[in-house]
Design a protein. Structure first.
Length: 177
């Protein structure tokens, strides 16, 4: 990920289909997406949003983390890499950091928008912890996933009882038309 597309800058929703063609396009009801900065370039692990976040989050594969801004929800749609041709994948998984409470989940949908399944991400209480959820379908194909992260969106001021969750790596089968 080039620094120009990392915090404090926004990540284009189609970055992983245009700039780095991997067949994934993001959507959110929030204000966009952000990838955390590299040390020495900008504050790491979303400390640009709140200077306490680097004490909450950790990375599975250094240095970048990922989040939707202004929303807890993120949708990933699959395309034939580098094209606008809709595609499907055999499955999808993600690494999450700081899942303290139930509520973080991934829902999987087919090409007709019908939900194939929904799974809760395993809870791993404490700061700077990691959780993983991944599902491979044997008989169905995934056209879209909807990720719900934590119970609060990232922000400058936090309240007690919040569960802030961001993502690290995504893994999915090669999207095919």
């Amino acid at each position: 990920m080039p620094d120009a597309f990392a915090a404090p800058n926004l990540l284009p929703a189609d970055f992983f289909n245009v700039n780095s063609p991997r067949g994934a396009v993001f959507a959110t009801s929030g204000s966009g997406f952000q990838v955390s900065a590299n040390a020495g370039v900008a504050p790491i692990e979303f400390d640009n949003i709140n200077p306490t976040y680097s004490s909450l989050f950790t990375v599975f594969s250094p240095q970048r983390l990922f989040t939707a801004l202004g929303s807890r929800k993120l949708t990933v749609r699959f395309f034939e890499p580098g094209s606008t041709t809709p595609a499907t994948s055999s499955g999808f998984g993600a690494v999450f950091t700081d899942v303290d409470r139930p509520g973080t989940k991934i829902a999987y949908f087919d090409t007709m928008g019908c939900r194939l399944a929904r799974f809760d991400v395993p809870v791993s209480p404490g700061s700077e912890t990691l959780s993983f959820l991944g599902v491979r379908f044997l008989d169905d194909r995934v056209a879209m996933v909807r990720i719900t992260s934590g119970n609060s969106r990232l922000g400058a001021n936090e309240t007690r009882g919040r569960d802030l969750v961001v993502m690290d790596d995504f893994i999915y089968g090669e999207p095919t038309p």
